[in-house]
Design a protein around this ligand. Structure first.
Ligand SMILES: NC(=O)c1ccc[n+]([C@@H]2O[C@H](COP(=O)([O-])OP(=O)(O)OC[C@H]3O[C@@H](n4cnc5c(N)ncnc54)[C@H](OP(=O)(O)O)[C@@H]3O)[C@@H](O)[C@H]2O)c1
Length: 336
């Protein structure tokens, strides 16, 4: 049944360092009405993503930051409640860049139908195939461009993107070494996902562990963290190695000056290529990623975990899990 009010998380001030109580506040307002060409959506799942912290800050970034006083932006999935567009009808399942709210309106052009992937739940399709999968796929295949027999290293390896990258790397014939925080995460990626080795950056010396697990050096690094781990990996990259610069989560809550890698000269000496990317640049090619990942899933070579938190009211606490490593796999909030 449709409730009468809409709860929305509002960015009430820009966080300094870690997200704190009061940076976001939950407010109630009437359910919005769709204008001509718009659709009213009831959120089912909200995706929590490390980039949420970027959007909360006013740093130079790849899209406009969320304004203080506005609803927090979020990748969300939902069901169409009311449509003033011929492209959608009530009951359609959609995905979009929405907001942290029970309901929102969006122009029809901004909404996507869920891809049809038989046998998979809407939750899996949204959580893994909508953005995480294409991020892993295009970053690895287009930018990392791994060849059979090469060594691939990936950080946040037990997270949403990293866990998919590692399995893709195995399917492409690489030796895959994952970097993750904690024994359980390392055991999951080697024991269940088929990574060749895992490095627990919280208890091991990353440079020494890389030497041990990458005896032939590193050809491709899928970087999700930046900082000291990026520096350690660059220090062991091979001639003409490639870095797919996907994320810098170790730096998102930084308050002071963030220094670049000390191993920078190696980029020249080893002729490394480092390329940043944002998955939305690849939107026109998403079906290619869906096909490749779905085929791997059907062959039993792609697994994932969804970390589900119940209730929109818990979103502001849940998002912090991403920066402490409290999640394993894709972090979602079940809204309705
Ligand atoms: N370029 C793009 O288009 C794009 C799209 C999606 C995501 N991303 C990026 O991809 C990365 C992973 O995103 P995700 O959605 O898959 O999140 P995720 O890996 O599921 O969750 C974030 C993980 O980051 C790790 N982490 C947090 N602080 C860290 C630190 N200081 N040092 C090392 N690891 C740390 C934690 O795992 P541990 O327990 O292992 O520390 C945490 O579980 C992020 O950097 C994100 O910004 C980029």
């Amino acid at each position: 049944m449709q409730s009468k009010t809409n709860r929305q998380w509002i960015l009430s001030r820009r966080p300094e360092g870690d997200i704190k109580d009061g940076d976001l506040v939950l407010k109630e307002s009437p359910i919005p009405k769709p204008g001509e060409g718009e659709v009213l959506v009831r959120t089912t799942y909200l995706s929590l993503d490390p980039t949420n912290r970027i959007w909360m800050s006013d740093m130079d970034q790849y899209m406009d930051p969320v304004n203080v006083g506005d609803a927090m932006r979020g990748v969300s999935s939902g069901e169409v409640v009311e449509s003033r567009s011929a492209a959608f009808k009530p009951g359609d399942k959609v995905m979009t860049l929405g907001s942290w709210s029970d309901y929102y309106t969006a122009p029809a052009a901004a909404l996507q139908h869920a891809p049809k992937l038989p046998g998979l739940d809407f939750r899996d399709i949204f959580g893994i195939f909508y953005l995480v999968g294409p991020t892993a796929y295009f970053g690895l295949v287009d930018i990392g461009a791994p060849k059979i027999g090469e060594t691939l290293v990936v950080s946040t390896a037990a997270g949403a993107v990293g866990s998919i990258v590692g399995q893709l790397g195995k399917a492409l014939g690489c030796r895959v070494v994952g970097i993750a925080g904690g024994r359980d995460k390392c055991a999951w990626i080697t024991g269940e996902l088929g990574f060749d080795a895992a490095i627990d950056y919280k208890s091991e010396n990353v440079a020494a562990a890389l030497k041990k697990h990458c005896p032939a050096g590193i050809d491709v690094y899928f970087d999700n963290v930046g900082g000291d781990i990026l520096d350690a990996v660059i220090g062991q990259m091979n001639l003409f190695g490639r870095v797919a610069e996907c994320g810098l989560i170790s730096m998102y809550n930084a308050t002071g000056i963030v220094h670049g890698p000390g191993n920078y000269p190696r980029i020249l000496m080893k002729r490394l290529k480092i390329q940043g990317f944002i998955v939305i640049d690849y939107m026109a090619r998403y079906p290619e990623a869906f096909r490749a990942l779905y085929a791997l899933y059907q062959q039993g070579k792609l697994k994932w975990k969804l970390h589900e938190v119940q209730g929109l009211e818990n979103a502001d606490k849940a998002v912090r899990l991403l920066y402490t490593g409290g999640n394993t796999g894709k972090l979602l909030v079940k809204v309705s």
